[in-house]
Design a protein around this ligand. Structure first.
Ligand code: ZN
Length: 387
């Protein structure tokens, strides 16, 4: 595994492009975001955002002016927050695709209870949905595969059905986290973006329908609505108009009563990310098995770019948290939800361990040699506890 010269993104990460200096596309995007050094002018972008929201309001749509897809996390609360000063009618749409946590439900409810937006929660038909989670988990090593397409597609279908003129999306992951440079600078969602970033390289509803014989009519809401183009509904990525900053979003969310965990969430050192739902932890763990990096790497890279951690400090955190074992808190509910025995669960997990990056020690324990050698971090160089 090779790593970005600036952050800790490995070359195993799908769609990541490195320039001739060995810098990943996410770090290059970050440079472009720096207004002080001639990058994006965020005041102008915010004015553009204000204009788009005003245009949506002026359309006098029948039910709502804006739709915001929400998980109940800090980012989606921030999306709603940024619309409030415009006095628009907001419909927040949540897709309940997995196993929600108590703190997740409590944070999600803030949107309707304290933010002046309407909230709709969509729970898909469970027999079909569980079948789709199993296909993702067993065949592609990603239990969130079709949940992910649903949570992107369903709000778009809702906007079309209600004739809502504006959908305010979160971040363009191609831009923020390093991806295809051609679609990184887009400010709206397209089928091409959806196919790559929501449907993990084209494993979309149509593909699943053809491969597994599920009637496509049942999967329509899992698929990108092609009639979006040419409709009266516009979509925008917030990260195109506002500098994407997790810490700032957390402060905004807290001002409405957003709760975090008392200690860091398993698999990372942050206590406020991915706390609303449980299956995503399995998804993140499988990323570690397949690509040799996990959620702590994602967070550490963001903190390096924003100057909150040095590369060395970040590497220690990655080594400490990325490969944390899955605990019963996640496994037990996942197995009960999908009716797997623990043996079945672990045998499926192990199918996805990438043996070109994982090695088994003489004691039988798996480890990532790259984690020991990279960045000059020694095993005893890691703190046992992180504040
Ligand atoms: Zn980088």
């Amino acid at each position: 595994m090779n790593y970005c010269a600036k952050c800790l993104i490995p070359d195993t990460k799908p769609y990541t492009v490195f320039n001739d200096k060995g810098v990943c596309s996410a770090c290059v995007s970050h440079e472009q975001k720096q207004q002080k050094t001639g990058g994006i002018n965020w005041q102008i972008r915010e004015q553009e955002f204000d204009k788009i929201v005003k245009e949506a309001k002026d359309k006098k749509a029948p039910y709502y002016d804006c739709l915001v897809p929400v998980s109940g996390g800090k980012d989606s609360i921030t999306q709603v927050h940024r619309l409030l000063k415009h006095g628009v009618r907001i419909l927040a749409v949540n897709v309940d695709y997995g196993i929600k946590t108590e703190v997740g439900i409590s944070n999600l409810n803030l949107i309707a209870e304290r933010m002046g937006a309407a909230l709709t929660i969509y729970k898909p038909e469970q027999t079909l949905h569980k079948q789709l989670i199993k296909i993702g988990f067993e065949q592609f090593g990603d239990p969130d595969l079709l949940s992910h397409t649903l949570l992107h597609a369903y709000p778009l279908h809702t906007a079309l059905a209600y004739k809502i003129p504006l959908v305010v999306l979160g971040e363009n992951s191609a831009f923020e986290y390093g991806g295809d440079t051609e679609i990184a600078n887009s400010n709206s969602i397209t089928r091409e973006w959806f196919s790559k970033y929501a449907a993990n390289g084209g494993r979309d509803a149509l593909f699943v329908s053809r491969t597994y014989g599920i009637d496509y009519e049942k999967l329509r809401l899992y698929d990108f609505p092609d009639d979006l183009k040419g409709s009266g509904t516009k979509t925008i990525f917030s990260s195109y108009y506002f500098f994407w900053n997790s810490e700032e979003h957390l402060e905004i969310a807290k001002s409405y009563g957003f709760k975090t965990l008392e200690s860091s969430r398993e698999g990372t050192y942050r206590n406020y990310v991915g706390i609303d739902e449980k299956i995503n932890r399995i998804h993140q763990y499988m990323k570690v098995l397949k690509f040799g990096y996990g959620r702590a790497t994602d967070h550490a890279c963001e903190d390096i770019r924003n100057g909150r951690l040095t590369r060395h400090e970040a590497a220690k955190l990655v080594k400490l948290y990325d490969t944390q074992e899955l605990s019963g808190y996640y496994i037990d509910d996942f197995c009960a939800y999908l009716q797997y025995s623990k043996e079945e669960f672990y045998s499926i997990l192990e199918r996805y361990r990438n043996l070109s990056i994982w090695k088994r020690g003489r004691n039988g324990v798996w480890h990532l040699p790259a984690n020991d050698k990279k960045f000059g971090i020694q095993a005893d160089d890691c703190p046992t506890e992180v504040k």
